[in-house]
Design a protein around this ligand. Structure first.
Ligand SMILES: Nc1ncnc2c1ncn2[C@@H]1O[C@H](COP(=O)(O)OP(=O)(O)OP(=O)(O)O)[C@@H](O)[C@H]1O
Ligand SMILES: [Mg+2]
Length: 256
């Protein structure tokens, strides 16, 4: 039995109290949900893959100087993170049109956008996470203008870095979502990247075949979700099938 104190259980993860003050344990479940929980399934192995993929992303972001909540991976499904006060705004970056922007603006899926576009969504399940502007965010005090600037500049850096990282393994980063949190340190506060970066919150298309390697496989009943996530992990050089193995590093895929 688990005697740790459970702080929060969401759709995809559970947060437990961490071993030291200011830390939390983030546990990745196998639950897959879409359309604000209207569609739900257990996909065996998803949590293990997302724990690994998110670890890989956050470790790489730290390496280029982007602060994140990630401290270290604890086991197959859990990682130790810094406890933060989550900014109740999801930051989405889009490089190629897909998902809700297609409906909203009448774009065909796959249309390259003239430049990367950042959007904000208010984190409120009961409202279906509505899109909001900077005006709403500052008027309602969800974040300050300075925090919005910081989120935008960090998001652009993450996007540039991850786009390149995925391109190197033959994957187009179509769009993704970030969450930020406030880390308090005495009388200082700074924003760091929190939550997770995994195929649950990204759109990833194979550059050659255009095949979807992300949660759209679940949303659209395309099947083989785990195989797709495994393929992402395999190309990034993250071994999951064979735990004894060593990290190989990214698998270079030549794009034509
Ligand atoms: N470092 C952190 N400190 C505190 N909370 C965090 C941290 N990282 C992520 N969270 C929050 O923990 C929860 C993770 O659980 P999960 O992703 O399953 O939630 P969810 O069902 O998507 O719900 P939500 O709408 O709140 O995101 C999220 O609410 C996320 O904002
Ligand atoms: Mg979530």
């Amino acid at each position: 039995m688990n005697r740790r104190r459970r702080i929060y259980e969401g759709k995809a993860k559970i947060l437990y109290e961490g071993p030291e003050p200011g830390t939390l344990i983030q546990h990745f479940k196998d639950d897959a949900t879409a359309f604000n929980n209207q569609k739900h399934a257990l996909i065996e192995g998803k949590g293990v893959l997302n724990n690994r993929i998110s670890e890989y992303m956050f470790t790489n972001l730290e390496a280029i100087g982007i602060p994140t909540h990630f401290i270290r991976r604890l086991n197959m499904r859990e990682q130790l993170v810094r406890s933060v006060e989550i900014v109740p705004v999801e930051v989405v970056v889009r490089n190629v049109a897909a998902g809700s922007i297609c409906k909203r603006l009448g774009l065909e899926e796959g249309t390259p956008l003239p430049r990367s576009i950042i959007e904000f969504y208010y984190k409120a399940d009961e409202l279906n996470d509505p899109m909001v502007t900077e005006e709403h965010i500052t008027a309602f005090g969800w974040a300050t203008p300075q925090e919005i600037d910081d989120m935008i500049s960090m998001t652009q850096r993450v996007n540039d870095f991850l786009s390149g990282l995925f391109l190197g393994v033959g994957i187009r980063l179509v769009d993704f979502k970030l969450e930020f949190g406030r880390q308090y340190d005495n009388d200082m506060v700074r924003l760091i990247v929190a939550d997770e970066i995994s195929p649950d919150g990204c759109r990833l298309w194979d550059i050659q075949s255009q095949e979807k390697l992300d949660k759209d496989r679940f949303r659209r009943d395309l099947g083989d979700l785990i195989e797709a996530y495994q393929e992402v992990a395999r190309r990034l050089g993250i071994l999951v099938e064979n735990e004894q193995g060593k990290h190989q590093g990214p698998i270079l895929v030549r794009s034509s």
